[in-house]
Structures are given as C-alpha cells and as structure tokens.
Design a protein around this ligand. Structure first.
Ligand code: GTP
Length: 410
C-alpha cells in the first residue's frame, strides 16, 4: 500500500504568485484547464495500490472542500483529505506532525510532492528505482541550465549507483546542474530520521540562542532532513529527462500550462480543442472550456487555455496564454505570453503581450532593465481599445486607458 502527501503551504506563502494568488490559493490556480494540484492527483492516482492522498498545509479548512469533493467523484477508490497545520511547520514539520495519519494502514512508502511544480511525474520509475536500493528516500532530480542551478537544491550523485553524496540548498557557487524537483519517495522508516533532525535542531537552538527566541516546530525537508540523509548515504536520486518546472511567480504558470498541454496532446488528446468545420483556427495544444465562446475567425494556440464563459471576438489572436473565467477579448486584439485574470475585458485592436520565457527564469533583461517576461492582468482589469500592455503586471480592478511597457501597475 502506498500513500501520497501534497505540500500546499498556506496563505502567507505564494507571494511571488501575486496578483493571481490574491483571488485563488496558488495550488488551485488552473493550468491546462485544471487546478495545479489536480495534475499531482492524476499522477499519483496511476500508482497501483495507492489508497490515500493527504493534502497538508495551513490554509483554512474549507479552501480545499470543492477540490476534495470533485476528487471523490474523479477517483472513487482514493481517499483524499486535507490536514491543516496549526501554523506553518515547514516542509518536513507538517509531515512529522501528521505522522500517525501517514502511517495509518501501514503503508510501505509514501510520496511527498511540492504543490508548486509542474512535472511529468515519473512516479512508477521512482518506485522501481527505490525498490532496488537500501536508502530511505528516492528524490526526483533533473538537469537545469548551469547558470540557473544555484536557485535550486543541488546534488552530487555517484553515477553508477545514483547514491546522493552531497546535497546543498541554493548554493552560493556552482556545485552541480543536477537539482531536486520537489518530488520524494520515502520509506515509512524515515520518521526516526525526521525525529533526529528535529532533536538536532532543538539541541542547536538550546546551545546557541535559547535566551533570544522560543524553539519552534518548523522543520525544512531540504536543509534539515535531506542533508543528513545524504551524509548517512540513505538518499538516492532518480533523474528524469521529461519536463519539470517550478511554479513560483505568476508568469511561471504560462510555461507550466504549455508543458501540461503538450503532455495532454500526447496522452489524452480528446481533452484538447480540435478544428471544427465552423470553429476557430486551432494551432497546436489548446484547451477550451466547453462554456467558452470563440469567434470562428479567431486564431488560438499553441499553448493556450481558455476558461469557462470566456468570449473571444472576431479576428482575435491568442498564443502562449491563460485566459481565465468570464474574460472578454474584443475584435482584432492580440494576447501573447500572458495571463488574463478573471472577469477582465480587453477592448478592440488592443495588445496584451509578454515575451517568451527563457529556461527557468520569468524575467528578461533588455538594455540593462529587468522586467517580467509574461504580462499578467489581475482580476477585473479593463484594457481600453487600441491600448498596448507589454511586459507588465497589472493588479486587480485597474482600468487601463493608456499604453504601458515594463511596469507594475497598482
Ligand atoms: P523557495 O524557492 O524559497 O520558495 O523554496 P522552495 O522551492 O524549496 O519552496 P518552499 O520550500 O518554499 O515550498 C515547497 C512547497 O512546500 C510549496 O508547494 C509550498 O507551498 C510548500 N510549503 C512550504 N512551506 C510549507 C509549510 O510550512 N507547510 C506546508 N504544509 N507546506 C509548505
């Protein structure tokens, strides 16, 4: 029997996902037509013998109620529950706090998956690799461009055995381009190591600064647990060549959306839009909610998701974008490399435009000025006719009557 834990954080996290996280908790933001964590759930549901998924975070209890009700319909054989931390306990603290729930039913192993990633989730491959070594954890690893590696948890592994010899979270200087993806498979026996990590942290606190601060129950999976596991030779890596992306900034939802749509085109093309006799031109992988209305002269795609009740006018061009519920885009307008927030309105002959994302970074530097590659319109933004909004982040409820470039509009 296996289980899975999805770490969703809480309202104080996801700040880099603003302005989109002002209206929906980041784990529930739709990419490729489904909440971010619905993709996690679909992946774990494919594992034979997986009986329970525990969503652990510090959001209010009711935040995941609709998601869990839908999960009960979609996956009747899997018990999906939300467990709420009384405060932010860190990426390993919550797992330890709810250890009795995780261990109930005596699972042999359990997955722990960060909510803020988009991934092909090669979980069966991880299970197979895990059964072949004597470690307590197999983590999913991937190679990233050398110059971006220090933004992640970097690891050095023995190539013949995949044993992790060294793990450093966000190192100051380059140590490796192999990084941790935020997907772990743990043996149930790992809880004694987590207890040791917690005790070590408390002891260090008592020795160093007990006079100045109260000890806390927070424990970080990466720094406090993976490091000692690698030092004890109990950590292994399973490297994937398939897609993986972090969803940190609001702009990073756009490449995540593209990656899931492309996966869908290969594995479940029936979910995607197809050219109909009197329908719009569709290019590449496109998801259109059945309640959206698209003018037949529009051209959509590739890598576009269009949400419920959106209305797309004559001659509109949309590419590499997420268009959310109830958006109206009037005739002749262009939406490229952008997210258009709920209930927003784009006038006629307007442009809402970003630039393509380079690697894992969602900022671009042009003439020495750093700006957002993806343009984001928050909820209920109105862009008037013939206005151009380029490489901007626009907060909710703004009315834009002039064109803007490289700005955060509040
Ligand atoms: P940053 O780049 O600093 O954001 O680090 P990171 O990529 O390692 O991410 P981080 O550790 O902040 O979070 C990883 C995942 O764990 C995200 O999905 C978070 O929402 C989640 N998470 C972070 N802190 C907590 C916590 O205290 N409790 C729970 N349950 N989840 C958390």
């Amino acid at each position: 029997m296996h289980k899975a834990v999805i770490l969703v954080g809480g309202p104080s996290r996801g700040t880099r996902f603003r302005p989109l996280s002002l209206n929906v908790p980041k784990p529930l933001f739709p990419v490729a037509g489904a909440p971010i964590i619905a993709h996690h759930l679909a992946a774990v549901a494919k594992i034979e013998g997986l009986k329970e998924v525990l969503i652990i975070g510090f959001f209010e209890d009711n935040v995941f109620a609709n998601f869990i009700n839908q999960a009960a319909i979609d996956y009747p054989n899997i018990n999906v529950r939300y467990l709420r931390e009384y405060q932010a306990l860190g990426t390993a603290g919550g797992i330890y706090h709810f250890r009795d729930e995780i261990l109930r039913g005596d699972p042999k192993s359990f997955f722990v998956i960060h909510a803020d990633i988009a991934c092909a989730f090669p979980l069966q491959g991880m299970l197979d690799a895990h059964s072949k070594h004597r470690g307590l954890c197999t983590l999913l690893g991937t190679k990233v461009p050398r110059e971006q590696a220090n933004k992640f948890g970097c690891l050095i592994a023995r190539p013949e055995t995949n044993e992790v010899l060294h793990y450093v979270e966000k190192p100051d200087s380059f140590i490796s381009d192999l990084i941790s993806c935020g997907v772990y498979l743990f043996d149930s026996a790992v809880f004694s190591e987590i207890k040791n990590a917690l005790d070590n942290k408390k002891n260090a606190h008592e020795e160093n600064d007990y006079l100045w601060s109260a000890p806390d129950d927070r424990l970080r999976l990466e720094q406090d647990l993976l490091r000692p596991l690698s030092e004890g030779r109990k950590l292994y890596v399973f490297e994937t060549q398939n897609f993986w992306r972090q969803i940190k900034t609001a702009g990073s939802a756009v490449p995540a959306n593209a990656a899931y749509l492309e996966q869908c085109a290969a594995e479940a093309p029936e979910r995607l839009a197809k050219k109909q006799p009197n329908g719009p031109e569709i290019v590449g992988a496109v998801y259109i909610h059945p309640s959206a209305s698209i003018d037949p002269t529009a051209k959509i795609g590739p890598n576009v998701s269009i949400g419920p009740r959106a209305v797309i006018g004559k001659g509109v061009r949309i590419k590499d974008a997420i268009v959310l519920d109830n958006v109206v885009v009037n005739s002749g307008s262009c939406v490229l490399h952008a997210v258009v927030g709920w209930d927003s309105r784009i006038g006629a002959w307007a442009r809402v435009e970003g630039s393509p994302v380079q690697g894992h970074s969602t900022t671009v530097t042009k003439n020495g000025i750093k700006s957002q590659s993806i343009t984001i319109l928050g909820k209920e933004v109105s862009v008037k006719d013939e206005i151009i909004i380029r490489n901007c982040i626009v907060l909710p409820h703004k009315e834009l009557k002039a064109s803007f470039h490289n700005e955060i509009l509040m």
